[in-house]
Design a protein around this ligand. Structure first.
Ligand SMILES: [Zn+2]
Length: 330
């Protein structure tokens, strides 16, 4: 038995069940599972290094709350930037999401303790407590400080002043403002969520695509050397050429537009018409990760046209009809 990721030959006991679509994206009836294809070592590597991070700190992790896949938990925010969109002094201030109201589909945000440096052009540069740059770093970045705005609850202000002092930034207090809404309670504010998309996200999506290929094709197909590039990228994060994975927001289903979609479920497709084998992974029908699984296959050609819809409401999986013009089954 050979693992499709590390390609090591191992005994049956060293293999694990592997969900084609990780359960963090939902649980489905008759879920697609790979048996004896992914070894325990690779399986736990993915769990600890890809799934944990995507589950907590990706845009998809926020979509899970919106669509009721998971109850909201407060997040670490290292990889996600959330900015206040209320016009005025607090616009652009860094926030964290502290609550999600499923009924109203609204996020409740809270300001992080931070400073905003206002430069000569009136532009603001926000830095959270503990991450305030030294005066020299600001100069190196070409930021000339004309004003400083300290933002945060009263109890953090002294910390901010201390940190500024340690970093060689002196200032005189001129006044104070309060947050335009009832800041002591979780309030509903317009926020802009910007999540970092990096190799962790892309490898996670590529793994879904590769699992799906392994699930739908005969056992030896995915072990072909033609897939080593994508395999090693998923398993080890090794380099891949640019453009092997691209992201776009264009609708995948026929008849959908940017403001009208038929589902919030996940869509998966793979197509091979000679040339590259191309997978599309579209979590929550939100953005498409287009993944070239291999550019040219070094074996016998067969036509592949498969697609599935993972319905997050009914928890069912159904086959998509058509690949070029995809429609949901009735
Ligand atoms: Zn393995």
């Amino acid at each position: 038995m050979q693992c499709i990721y590390c390609k090591k030959g191992k005994g049956k006991k060293e293999f694990d069940r592997e969900h084609v679509l990780p359960e963090l994206l939902g649980k489905f009836k008759n879920n697609f599972v790979l048996h004896n294809k992914v070894c325990k070592e690779c399986n736990s590597y993915f769990g600890n290094n890809l799934e944990v991070i995507v589950g907590r700190e990706s845009f998809e992790s926020y979509l899970r709350y919106s669509y009721g896949i998971k109850k909201f938990n407060k997040h670490p925010t290292n990889r996600i930037i959330i900015k206040c969109r209320i016009d005025g002094d607090f616009k652009g201030a860094l926030m964290e999401i502290i609550l999600f109201d499923k009924e109203k589909d609204t996020w409740h945000g809270d300001l992080l303790p931070q400073v905003a440096f206002i430069d000569a052009a009136g532009e603001k540069h926000h830095f959270v407590k503990g991450n305030i740059p030294k005066i020299q770093d600001l100069k190196d970045k070409g930021i000339e400080i004309k004003g400083i705005h300290l933002i945060g609850k009263e109890e953090f202000i002294d910390d901010l002043i201390g940190e500024l002092g340690n970093n060689g930034i002196d200032f005189q207090k001129k006044g104070s403002q309060s947050f335009p809404q009832n800041y002591d309670n979780p309030t509903t504010v317009l926020v802009k969520i910007r999540a970092q998309i990096d190799d962790i996200n892309l490898r996670f999506m590529a793994k879904i695509a590769f699992n799906y290929l392994a699930f739908s094709q005969p056992a030896n197909f995915v072990l072909n050397d033609s897939f080593d590039l994508i395999r090693n990228y998923i398993r080890h994060g090794s380099d891949i050429p640019d453009r092997l994975i691209t992201i776009d927001r264009n609708p995948l289903l026929q008849g959908e537009s940017s403001n009208h979609s038929f589902t919030n479920g996940h869509l998966l497709t793979i197509e091979w018409r000679g040339g590259p084998i191309i997978a599309k992974v579209r979590p929550f029908n939100h953005v498409t990760y287009r993944i070239i699984l291999c550019n040219s296959f070094g074996g016998i050609y067969r036509s592949i046209k498969i697609g599935h819809h993972f319905d997050i409401k009914s928890k069912t999986i159904s086959k998509l009809q058509g690949i070029r013009h995809i429609v949901l089954p009735h």
